[in-house]
Design a protein around this ligand. Structure first.
Ligand code: NAD
Length: 321
């Protein structure tokens, strides 16, 4: 792998910073392009020490100039948590459209493979469960979540059209809820919210009754899936997620126990258009990438809690997912 170069947009974010580390460990040269809208320099601190990592502070909704040869573009740049995309609705739509367009052009110019970080949110509030890649989704195009869901749906259409009309080697990953170290403690997602609440002795606030489900994938597993997708020739879309489904109430109980906390559990209002069920069908990832998650929820949560304990023990949050 020495000498091969990967561009990671959104590389200073949660998933992107793990992807950058893994690529460096595999011997890639890595160029991280990020405008730090929701990411942080701290996530990529120290990565430049071996001389194979370069950070370009840049908004990919504008064309980015890269002189080096590039083998793969991973396009992860986008606000991702509900709190973030509701704070930055226009930026979210723009990076999903113009940002995807610009980075596709970059991949085409360089003859590079292109991997889009899409989302399970393209399925909206699904009528098919678990969600297969052939399901078209149920999204409210003018609901509050639409800025994210529709941006990703448009991005998928753009990637597909680029692949068919310009011959760019493209791939679409539909990523389901992912968790792990370096999630932002205040981004409103269930895992960091519950972990911080448990570690600080605050009540764990569940939205709704807690019967809604999510399927949580440890970030190392996801990154492995993204690399396998890059190394394959499949255009996707491919679901990448952990099919072990858990209710929000059970998740809160698991985190409380793993954190050794005696915080109470309380219930608050549910955000509009919050999906009831979320679980990937990963048969395609198994068949085409030989991929399935390996880190079990208790193990992944122990690693995550240990990281939060070391760096973010005094933050406070409110949940939106
Ligand atoms: P994140 O917010 O931690 O990271 C996103 C990064 O993109 C941030 O560093 C942010 O500064 C950067 N960014 C945003 N707009 C940009 C722009 N215009 N130009 C350059 N950089 C920009 O989010 P994450 O959880 O790491 O998600 C990464 C990707 O994976 C996103 O595309 C998201 O939609 C997708 N995804 C994540 C999950 C998950 O559970 N984390 C689930 C499904 C899909």
């Amino acid at each position: 792998m020495r000498g091969t170069c990967a561009v990671v947009t959104g590389g200073a974010g949660f998933v992107g910073s793990h992807l950058c580390r893994r690529l460096l460990a595999e011997g890639y040269k890595v160029i991280c392009v990020d405008n730090l809208l929701t990411g942080s320099r701290r996530n990529i601190t120290g990565l430049g020490s071996a001389g194979h990592f370069r950070f370009i502070p840049w908004d990919v909704s504008e064309r980015v100039r890269i002189d080096e040869a590039v083998d793969v573009v991973f396009h992860l740049a986008s606000p991702a948590s509900p709190a973030a995309y509701l704070r930055y609705p226009l930026e979210t739509l723009t990076v999903g459209s113009a940002g995807t367009h610009n980075t596709l052009d970059l991949a085409h110019e360089k003859g590079a493979r292109y991997v889009l970080a899409s989302t399970s949110e393209v399925y909206g509030s699904p009528h098919v469960h678990p969600q297969t890649e052939t399901y078209w989704g149920n999204v409210n195009p003018i609901g509050p979540r639409s800025v994210y869901d529709e941006a990703k749906r448009f991005a998928e259409a753009l990637v597909t059209a680029h692949g068919t009309t310009r011959g760019t080697s493209t791939a679409i990953a539909r990523i389901f809820n992912t968790y792990g170290p370096r999630m932002q403690p205040t981004d409103g997602r269930a895992v960091p919210t519950f972990v911080v609440q448990a570690l600080t002795g605050q009540a764990l606030t569940i939205t709704g009754t807690g019967t809604q489900t999510r399927s949580l994938c440890y970030v190392d597993d996801l990154v492995d899936g993204l690399l396998r997708l890059h190394s394959s020739t499949t255009p996707g879309p491919v679901n990448l997620g952990n099919p072990d489904e858990i209710t929000m109430l059970d998740l809160a109980l698991l985190i409380r126990e793993a954190a050794g906390s005696d915080s109470p559990i309380t219930f608050t209002g549910r955000p509009q258009d919050d999906p009831d069920l979320r679980c990937p069908d990963i048969r395609r990832a198994r068949a085409e990438l030989g991929w399935s998650p390996t880190v079990d929820l208790r193990e992944g949560m122990a690693r995550t809690i240990s990281w939060f304990r070391s760096v973010h023990h005094d933050a406070s949050t409110r949940p939106t997912v």
